[in-house]
Design a binder for this molecule. Sequence first.
Ligand SMILES: [Zn+2]
Length: 170
Amino acid sequence: MSSSTSSSRSHTGRQTTGIPKRCWCGADVTTFGAQTKENLFRRFYRCEIGVKRKSEHHLFKWVDEAILDEVTSVDEKHSQLKVDVDSFKMQTARRFENQAKQIDQTIQEIKLLMAANTENSKTKENSTLTTEDTITSPSMAYGGSNPLTNIAVAAFALGTMAWIYSRIAN
Ligand SMILES: [Zn+2]
């Protein structure tokens, strides 16, 4: 009967991955120390019933093997997570780059529009002081005072949020 604690128990056909919490008979599993010569004091998982009724097939798993399982699975999850984060970073960088280009383009267009307006007002009236200020000062050109800039910024924020949401929802 002492051989029942050897690792040749896989003939039961039931394999558990990681640290077992419950035997397939429904009982909680606890750890016991092996009494065999080749595995003396090596810890294993088994339910109380399995320990008492050695002829029955109950869950058996070495503790060190179970821990190794857990570590391996955590490692796999970790590498998968790293791949996900890396691709997320790359996509984010690429997207922000594209959006920054679009915003730059929009701002260029707004500047051109404003320059055209200034040219018009220069010829029409002599109130060039305030309009020239608007073009040369970046804080004014990029500020929220212009409705076109507002729309561009809002569209950018909305697009980013929608994209982040779609990433989270997946
Ligand atoms: Zn059991």
